[in-house]
Ligand binder design. Structure first.
Ligand code: GLA
Ligand code: ZN
Length: 677
């Protein structure tokens, strides 16, 4: 439980009352109660309202509002309000404004227009945080702190002169001697050698390919710059309110910040998820992935869906509505993946500003006549029936390795082809999701004891010590799948010489000599050794030399004809599979699913395609979530499983029928059901 003040799943959203006259607030609270809202995030963009001038704070409105919320029985996730600096601060010190790699300044008029290394921004934001913490730290409505908002969302890296100076200091601390930097950055190439720290720039606009290590170090430096901002705020909050939970909201697929590092500093993790509900986009996969990713960033604290939309966003070219029932289904999906709260951006739709066409819990039309508000009320009712799942957890036996350093390096360009790391992660995730196998994302070095199957997609940047980490786990019986273009460079982005994959050559039982990347319309045929079944490789192929591993499939054409494409190596008690090419999505699913099945990692039930299952457990209680993402009714057998659907209160046995976008949350009964599968 995140806070004893709310012994329920959190339900609510971002609440921006400063956009409305105070007469509306009373209605807000009445409607919140009607919808069973118990938690709202207040003040995320209120800096200018809270501090109209330097040194002048106006807290009267927030005093009144927090009292009203408290009287209404609604808990507050109080924002530190630092995500959009006020105009007076920029006027006082224009160096607050960030610059892109082309030297273009980004001006006020939207939000997030600050350089993370600006001392004016740092000092002023911290003063605001202290003032808020001191004023509201003991307020009975306060449940948690919401620090800033979506760090680095619009402006993930600044390249201004202040950042340049900070970068030089960071490099000097990291490398000590300029010679070490020269060696690490490989500056013997293209006459890039530096004699003094002052000669170094951020990777601004350059004539052609930038130095890859310079780029990588800049991404590390920017991640740390934003993290320093976060830590600066948190230090104040912990100082004034040591017991109060602290959190900042993530965006699951956001590349610039190493969320494993950030996750470790959260009392609960949270994220904002806006999958495209356009039919055919399979937004439910993106949603599942976003929840699992966020839960994975810190596996020992609760997770919350901090933002989603009730109906449609305003920032795509065409903003498809969630179909009736889909908002409820995707909300329950978040809970199915471990969320302890379901929240929205935002409570009341804005009547002015750039987000006035963004959906909200309370739309522009009269709530009583609004489909959306009726669904919001229904969801409040549903969530109120799920108190029992609070504090239950997802048990996972499959892991997918994710390294941010690798993400930054792999996508930096000047490679055998362009790579999209996220699409490779997602493809492997999707394969397991379609088989209803729960997945964690795992950072290199993390404890692997609970996993039985670990997939390592294209881990191009590979630190030597990661080999030891994998070796121990495989040796003890783990089943590892490594895919193409792994183990190619070290953390300096220097090639591991002597055959690609060198750090894990013994583990893979092979080495890679060369590769042939494929264009979108190119395919290379291969054949499974045993079944003689024919398939085609896409995207990337490699020439593999076996050194102990056995071939499972071989190319039947192309430059690598007769050499293996898929291999297996016995290692201690475990096995290591190497996939030297990208497969079609269908084949990837089929072979990973089969592999999981063979080692006894199985879904809780066999269900029709498009039905998602997850299990949350608490002690010996088990809650089976059944979600129908199809637009048709589906029915399936429950086998020996019996239980009670917490959403309807009805007993279920033998079979279950779910309407389009329907869901059931079955608390299992009886011991026999645990043996299922
Ligand atoms: C993000 C932000 C919100 C809002 C929504 C709109 O999640 O955190 O303030 O802008 O996007 O989708
Ligand atoms: Zn800057």
């Amino acid at each position: 439980m995140i806070s004893k003040k709310i012994p329920h799943l959190f339900y609510g959203g971002d609440y921006n009352p400063e956009q409305w006259p105070s007469e509306v607030w009373g209605e807000d609270i009445r409607l919140m109660q009607e919808a069973k809202v118990n938690f709202v995030s207040v003040g995320i963009f209120s800096w200018a309202r809270l501090q109209p001038k330097e040194g002048v704070f106006d807290f009267a409105w927030l005093d009144e509002l927090l009292d009203l919320l408290h009287q209404g029985g609604i808990g507050v996730n109080l924002a530190t309000a630092t995500a959009s600096p006020p105009a007076w601060l920029v006027r006082k010190d224009p160096k607050v404004l960030p610059e892109d790699p082309n030297g273009q300044t980004y001006y006020p008029g939207s939000r997030q227009h600050y350089c993370p290394n600006s001392t004016s921004y740092q000092e002023s934001s911290r003063a605001l945080v202290r003032a808020l913490a001191e004023r509201y730290g003991q307020h009975p409505a306060l449940v948690s702190w919401h620090v800033n908002n979506e760090y680095g969302c619009h402006f993930p890296a600044c390249y201004c002169d202040v950042c340049a100076e900070n970068f030089r200091d960071w490099l000097a601390r990291r490398y000590g001697r300029i010679e070490t930097l020269n060696e690490t950055w490989g500056t013997a190439f293209w006459s890039q050698a530096y004699g003094e720290w002052e000669e170094i720039f951020p990777p601004r606009k350059m004539p052609t390919h930038p130095n890859p290590t310079q780029l990588l170090d800049y991404q590390r430096f920017m991640n740390e710059s934003f993290l320093r901002l976060y830590k600066g705020e948190v230090e104040i909050l912990r100082d004034v309110t040591p017991e109060m939970p602290v959190n900042t909201n993530f965006m699951a697929g956001h590349k610039p910040l190493d969320y494993f590092e950030w996750g470790a500093l959260q009392d609960f993790t949270s994220h904002d998820a806006y999958p495209d509900p356009k039919p055919g986009e399979e937004g439910e996969i993106e949603g599942a992935l976003a929840n699992d990713l966020t839960r994975s960033f810190n596996k020992s604290v609760p997770m919350v869906l901090m933002e989603q939309v009730s109906s449609q966003v305003n920032w795509r070219g065409v903003n498809t509505l969630k179909a009736p029932g889909q908002m409820r289904l995707w909300s329950l999906q978040a809970v199915a993946h471990g969320a302890e709260g379901v929240l929205f951006f935002q409570w009341r739709a804005s009547r002015a500003g750039a987000e006035k066409f963004h959906g909200a819990m309370v739309p522009h039309v009269e709530p009583a006549k609004s489909r959306v508000f009726q669904e919001i009320k229904g969801l409040g009712e549903d969530l109120s029936r799920l108190d029992d799942v609070l504090d239950s957890r997802i048990r996972t036996e499959c892991g997918i390795v994710l390294s941010y350093e690798n993400w930054w390096a792999l996508e930096a360009g000047s490679k055998p082809r362009t790579f999209s790391y996220f699409s490779l992660l997602k493809e492997n995730y999707t394969s397991l999701w379609r088989e209803n196998l729960p997945v964690d994302f795992v950072v290199p070095g993390e404890d692997l004891a609970k996993y039985r199957l670990l997939v390592v997609p294209s881990l191009y940047l590979f630190r030597d010590e990661w080999a030891e980490w994998l070796r121990d786990w495989v040796h003890a019986g783990g089943v590892l799948v490594v895919t193409f273009f792994s183990g190619v460079v070290n953390e300096k982005e220097h090639i591991h010489l002597g055959g690609y994959g060198r750090p894990i050559r013994d583990l893979l039982g092979l080495w890679v000599e060369e590769w042939q990347p494929l264009h979108d319309d190119e395919r290379v045929a291969f054949r499974f050794e045993e079944s003689a079944r024919r398939e085609e490789a896409v995207y990337f192929t490699e020439k593999i030399h076996l050194e102990g591993a056995r071939s499972i499939a071989r190319y039947t054409e192309g430059p690598f004809e007769e050499s293996p494409v898929l291999t297996v190596n016995d290692f201690g008690q475990g096995k290591v599979f190497y996939q030297g090419a990208r497969f079609s999505a269908d084949l990837q699913r089929e072979w990973l699913g089969k592999l999981a099945d063979e080692i006894g990692v199985q879904a809780p039930l066999k269900v029709p395609e498009g039905v998602e299952l997850t299990v949350r457990t608490k002690g010996d209680r088990e809650f089976l979530f059944c979600l129908n993402h199809q637009k048709e009714t589906v029915a399936f057998s429950l086998g020996p499983l019996r239980g009670r659907d917490l959403l309807t209160g009805q007993e279920v046995a033998e079979s279950l029928s779910l309407p389009p976008f329907g869901a059931a949350v079955i608390e299992k009964q009886g011991n026999e059901v645990k043996k299922e599968g």
